[in-house]
Design a protein around this ligand. Structure first.
Ligand code: ATP
Ligand code: MG
Length: 584
């Protein structure tokens, strides 16, 4: 943890933050209180889709645009809350007509098209469990996840079905209904999504689910190994709603763009559920990342809250500040990032280019919602994940030799990041992996598998995943610190750091770096980066080896897969690569 710039935020009096004082809100916050801000269902029930959609119609806000969909083609479609209510009710009724019961699992393998959102919310209305599959998955990852999830229904397109599902359908005996979105010939053994919707009634009453009824099955990103299926319940909506208010500072008047795909937990929690519970208008862009398209979307749609990820931010940085400055981005009010550690460099860059810092926040598929965040109120510390949300108790712990845990209270000491169980969106199990689930809970803590430290102001600083830590000559080195120092060099765009075995030191640090446009790999540049790293980190922590790479291996959700670099470096088996983005 280095003493760095702190960004003192000034709040806009026209739109004061939802949380005026971190300490005061934290002191008075309770999850029961947060639950009471939602409507709930008669008889004490709670249903995510009801809170996200129906509630607003009931309160007379049906005409408001819930979703503004930007098709790849350029076509723009607005869907109001009232329309979303009707279409999700139809889908719930359609599922009922197919014999889908409470707790059955419905999968979607779709790009970011309106039917994906209707499937997600309609499934929840039916009381069934929604599980998204990232649309770029091939047949094997689809088979693995649908096999674990025992999906009865799959909503997809004819093209995806032929390519990714037909070859493995025989291996999915539980899959009884495949619904095809879009026009054209229906492959054998499937039926039309639209046809079914047309025949369905639109007065379906949302099923009275209870707080502990399963709602979502999310697979983790597979960064450290085989993806796990995390189960979430309807009560999660309490955390979605509260964290959207407190960590993303969402107001009903906001236009939110969450760039994450709903194939991953961020894209569902904050790209479907949370913003709708607040009643905002959400921008959904069908297209993939393109810096110019993104800036144009922020400008033309007058996006006020933008939730993105470090990889995307680094890609924008790569294209340079001048491109950003060519657009009118004055509507932007609050910027946030999740998924990977956000280098201090990126926060300072955004503060310079957009006049606002990205607010880094930390959470996992397992936590279901944001747990630690830089808020709209108070200071942003670039390079820090921020402070625990009200209602969230976070600590740093160490495992003793006997397996018990010890609290690490010393400021700046590294240990495992742990959370006190009990927040509403906590996962309720890893599907079919009961033992693994149980192992996450020790001495009244949930262990996250990430290492971190806490400073004197209570801000948490990410150090690295436990699996990625490097032990060199008695030092425990976190890759994030080294990578952050490397990207501060003007030539370095991205960096990934691993430990490789060394006879004398145990392990030495090896860095893979990609370069910004206009820089060429050379021995001289290598020496210069090395010298820069030594100055910033000292020779014990600075990389001993640097390799220039055209690209880094990443998960499809944009996380650097250090384990793969290591496996390739050491000639070891690569393990599960089902979420690996195309990389050679
Ligand atoms: P798997 O568990 O399958 O290996 P994964 O952990 O990458 O995959 P996710 O649940 O999508 O799957 O990601 C959560 C993890 O991402 C966190 O545990 C942490 O390691 C990392 N992460 C998320 N946000 C941040 C952040 N703001 N700073 C640092 N790390 C982050
Ligand atoms: Mg994980």
């Amino acid at each position: 943890m280095t003493a760095r710039t702190v960004i003192h935020q000034k709040n806009d009096p026209k739109c004061p933050p939802n949380m005026d004082d971190y300490g005061a809100v934290r002191a008075r916050f309770t999850w029961e209180g947060a639950r009471r801000t939602l409507d709930g269902l008669a008889g004490g029930g709670l249903n995510i889709a009801y809170e996200a959609v129906d509630r607003h119609v009931r309160h007379g806000k049906g005409d408001k645009t819930a979703i503004r969909w930007l098709a790849k083609s350029g076509e723009v479609t607005d869907i109001s809350y009232a329309e979303l209510k009707t279409r999700t009710a139809r889908f719930a009724a359609a599922l009922e007509s197919l014999g889908v019961k409470k707790g059955d699992r419905v999968f979607a393998l779709l790009g970011r098209v309106p039917e994906l959102y209707i499937t997600a919310l309609g499934t929840l209305k039916r009381g069934a469990v929604f599980s998204p599959l990232f649309s770029a998955f091939g047949p094997e990852p689809v088979k693995a996840r649908m096999g674990i999830g025992e999906g009865q229904v799959l909503v997809t397109t004819a093209q995806y079905y032929r390519k990714k599902v037909a070859p493995i359908r025989a291996d999915l005996p539980k899959l009884t209904h495949v619904l095809i979105v879009g026009d054209g010939d229906l492959p054998e053994g499937t039926q039309s999504f639209d046809g079914l919707m047309k025949r369905a009634r639109d007065d379906f009453e949302t099923v009275t689910t209870q707080e502990e009824d399963p709602a979502l099955l999310h697979f983790t990103s597979g960064t450290t190994g085989k993806p796990k299926g995390a189960i979430h319940v309807h009560q999660a909506v309490v955390a979605h709603h509260a964290t959207a208010e407190l960590a993303l500072d969402l107001h009903e008047s906001d236009i939110l763009w969450c760039t994450a795909d709903p194939g991953w937990v961020t894209g569902t929690s904050y790209g479907i559920i949370a913003p709708l519970t607040i009643g905002v208008t959400m921008i959904i862009d069908e297209a993939e990342f393109d810096a110019e398209r993104w800036y144009k979307t922020l400008q033309d749609q007058k996006v006020t809250v933008w939730y993105s990820a470090p990889t995307a931010i680094r890609m924008l940085m790569k294209t340079g500040a001048d491109l950003a400055k060519g657009y009118d981005l004055m509507s932007l009010r609050f910027l946030a990032s999740v998924g990977e550690p956000l280098n201090a460099e990126a926060v300072l860059w955004s503060n310079d280019v957009f006049g606002k810092p990205f607010h880094d926040n930390w959470w996992q598929t397992e936590t279901g919602a944001i747990m630690i965040a830089n808020f709209a109120v108070g200071d942003v510390k670039p390079g820090s994940m921020g402070r625990p949300l009200p209602g969230v108790d976070a600590g740093i712990v160490d495992r003793e030799a006997d397996g018990s845990l010890k609290d690490v209270t010393e400021t700046g000491a590294v240990g495992e990041l742990a959370l006190r169980p009990g927040w509403p969106s906590m996962f309720r199990g890893y599907l079919h992996e009961e033992e693994r689930y149980k192992k996450c809970f020790v001495d009244g803590w949930y262990l996250t598998g990430d290492l971190a430290m806490r400073d004197a102001d209570g801000y948490f600083w990410f150090v690295g995943r436990a699996d990625d830590m490097i032990k060199s000559s008695g030092h425990l080195i976190g890759p994030f610190e080294v990578e952050s120092a490397l990207v501060e060099h003007p030539a370095v765009a991205e960096a990934a750091v691993i430990g490789i075995p060394d006879e004398r030191a145990g392990e030495v640090v090896k860095a893979y770096v990609t370069l910004h446009h206009g820089y060429e790999a050379s021995d001289e540049l290598e020496r210069d980066i090395m010298a820069h790293a030594r100055r910033a980190l000292g020779s014990a922590v600075a990389p001993r080896l640097i390799t220039f790479a055209a690209d880094l291996p990443k998960t499809r959700s944009g996380k650097i897969m250090r384990r793969l670099l290591k496996a390739r470096e050491l000639g070891l088996p690569e393990g599960d690569t089902s979420t690996l983005e195309t990389f050679s």
